[in-house]
Write a protein that binds this ligand. Structure first.
Ligand code: NAD
Length: 478
């Protein structure tokens, strides 16, 4: 049986207890056992990161480049193998699994470059003869807490900038996906990083999470996950005066206007709403469609949904893999019932599917005749469920799109430059997509949202420096 262990101070450990890692496409397939760290082990990981901090903070840009570049190279070389492991434990299809692994490798390569491209300012002081320089320094020990839906890309987009800017790390991945985190830790362990500069602790967030968010030696916490957990982490960080960055839920709108290219609108909506089994924070869960194109759009979406192959994530013919676990599946099915009870019409799917292997399969659900106030249009489902809202015109579409407590990604399908330009300016979201799915982003530009979706500085691209560094202003009189 494969053991997915903790990695603390350069050594592997079994943890205080273990939990099984189950394949959601075939629940008889136990991928391995995952170590659950005790609170004492979580504390030891923080101590190790603290002890390694001065050494890594003093590393040269070349050393940082070499470590990150080596990590990126090995990830890219093992893309298919690691993608398969990811698909086996999380349930996204093979193409998505290996695509995510490739993304993780690219992120390490990008931040390898960033380690060399450091910037600062030298300015004349307002006082005669004095110069001022402004430089970025590491924050110290950072705790990274990640969700299950991107088991290697999200850890990568936190670990890579953390190390590039000279911080040391304690990673706490989601319990459902210990294999990908373990594989990443193994690669990092061979990269030439000093012992203790990177640590991995598995286990229940409610158990060891509070150790990380309250320990005085942790200086910053970067979290991706659900809103309730994020709020709790923000409270703990405020109490302990830690820097905090939160990436949380979404209820992302995709506006389809009468003048849209219908092929593009259907392809973008199908991808945005249902690929990766709809388990993306940027998923297009609200399809806001103007009345002139509404019926044609729904008919084409329904036709396309009928053709989607739902099945074993490891079968190359599969287009939609299983839901991640029983609890998430129950939540997805519940929301279909809630929508039905509120007056929505299930135009397609929404039921549990039986396949040859026992797994958490669900027919992607398209719910029509919904209105903005319904729960299905206000709460995050986090599964293959999308609702359609019929609107009169662009102005109403924009108002409905913005009528939401989340603000992560917002999309529009239109051939009108006027509406596309207006939407880019007025959409209340951190990311706006024109004729593209709301999900699917680049790794060299900022990622994050507004309103209830995000808190703190942006992730990814050069903007990541904002969170992973602190600024020092030095005045010199020669
Ligand atoms: P979750 O909030 O249940 O868990 C996320 C992480 O927090 C896990 O590692 C968990 O163990 C840990 N955790 C739980 N309780 C904790 C505590 N008290 N203290 C510290 N850590 C704790 O989220 P999930 O179910 O793993 O992921 C799904 C959610 O993630 C969805 O809401 C989705 O929208 C969101 N998400 C957001 C983004 C984004 O960038 N905005 C990206 C992916 C996923």
């Amino acid at each position: 049986m494969t053991e997915f262990r903790n990695f603390i101070a350069g050594s592997w450990s079994e943890g205080a207890s273990q939990s099984p890692n189950i394949n959601p496409s075939d629940t008889r397939d136990v991928i391995g056992t995952a170590a659950r760290a005790s609170r004492a082990e979580a504390e030891a990981a923080v101590e190790a990161a603290h002890a390694a901090a001065p050494l890594w903070a003093a590393s040269t840009p070349q050393q940082r480049f070499d470590v990150l570049d080596r990590i990126g190279t090995e990830i890219l070389e093992r893309r298919e193998e690691l993608g398969r492991l990811l698909s086996r434990e999380e349930g996204k299809i093979l193409a998505e699994g290996s695509g995510e692994v490739m993304r993780a490798g690219q992120i390490f390569k990008f931040f390898a470059g960033e380690a060399l491209r450091q910037t600062g300012d030298v300015l004349a002081s307002v006082r005669p003869g004095v110069t001022v320089d402004v430089r970025r320094e590491p924050v110290g020990v950072v705790a990274l807490i990640t969700p299950w839906n991107f088991p290697i890309a999200i850890p990568a987009w936190k670990i890579a900038p953390a190390l590039a800017y000279g911080n040391t790390v304690v990673l706490k991945p989601a319990e459902l996906v210990p294999g990908s985190a373990h594989a990443l830790a193994e690669i990092i362990s061979r990269s030439g990083l000093p012992a203790g500069a990177f640590n991995l602790v598995g286990g229940k967030g409610s158990d060891i999470g509070p150790v990380l968010t309250s320990h005085p030696k942790v200086k910053a916490v970067s979290f991706t996950g659900s809103v309730p957990t994020g709020r709790g982490i923000a409270r703990a960080c405020a109490e302990n005066l830690k820097k905090v960055q939160l990436e949380m839920g979404g209820k992302n709108p995709m506006v389809v206007l009468d003048d849209a290219d219908l092929d593009i609108a259907v392809a973008a909506s199908l991808n945005g709403a249902f690929f990766s089994t709809g388990q993306r924070c940027t998923a297009s869960s609200r399809l806001i469609v103007t009345e002139g194109i509404h019926d044609r759009f729904v008919a084409r979406m329904t036709e396309a949904l009928k053709k989607l192959v739902v099945g074993d994530a490891l079968d190359p013919a599969t287009q939609i893999g299983p839901v991640v676990d029983e609890r998430q599946l129950a939540q997805d099915l519940d929301y279909v019932d809630i929508a039905r009870g509120e007056g929505g019409k299930v135009a397609f799917g929404g039921e549990r599917l039986n396949r040859e292997k026992p797994g958490f399969y669900m027919a992607p659900a398209l719910i029509t005749e919904t209105t903005p106030g319904m729960r299905i249009n206000r709460e995050e489902v986090f599964g293959p469920v999308a609702s359609v809202i019929r609107v009169k015109d662009y102005d109403e579409a924009l108002a409905v799109a913005n009528d939401c407590e989340f603000g992560l990604s917002s999309g529009i399908c239109t051939t009108s430059l006027k509406y596309a330009s207006d939407f880019k300016a007025k959409a209340q979201a951190g990311m706006v997509m024109v004729n593209l799915p709301t999900a699917g982003v680049d790794y060299h530009v900022p990622f994050g949202g507004t309103k209830g979706s995000s808190f703190g500085p942006r992730e990814q691209g050069r903007y990541a420096a904002e969170f992973y560094t602190t600024v020092k202003t030095a005045y010199t009189q020669p």
